[in-house]
Design a protein around this ligand. Sequence first.
Ligand code: ZN
Length: 148
Amino acid sequence: MHEWSVADAVIRTVIDWADGKKIKVKKVVLGVPSFSFLDVEILKEAFDMMKKDSVLDEAELEVKFKDPKFKCKNCGKEFSLNEVKDQIDSVKSEFGEEYPMHFMPALAPSFIKCPYCGSHDIILESQDMTIDEIQVEENGTVKTVSQG
Ligand SMILES: [Zn+2]
């Protein structure tokens, strides 16, 4: 299952990073593209199962969804969902709260146009999952380490 391999990758990365440091990991914040079809509950369950007997033993996993980014094939400009908010809002008012992109941001290019040139030739840029933050306890002090 996808969630288990993601949990495995996160745990391995943090263990590698923590190697040799006298720390306990308290929390890991994972940035996930909002269009990746991950079940957060399963991911957390997998994380909790797999973290045992490691530096992550007491760690909590927090998942933050990142806004998708788009690129216009016509003019080459990149833009975020926020920059086409007006367009999304009008799709919302047409479809209601259950508007199609809410479930499938990958459909967004069919509904929006480039805010710079008006072209509909838009692609959804893929984003990677990132470990955005790691909260650790070192000598009794809790601190947050931000990853690039
Ligand atoms: Zn454009």
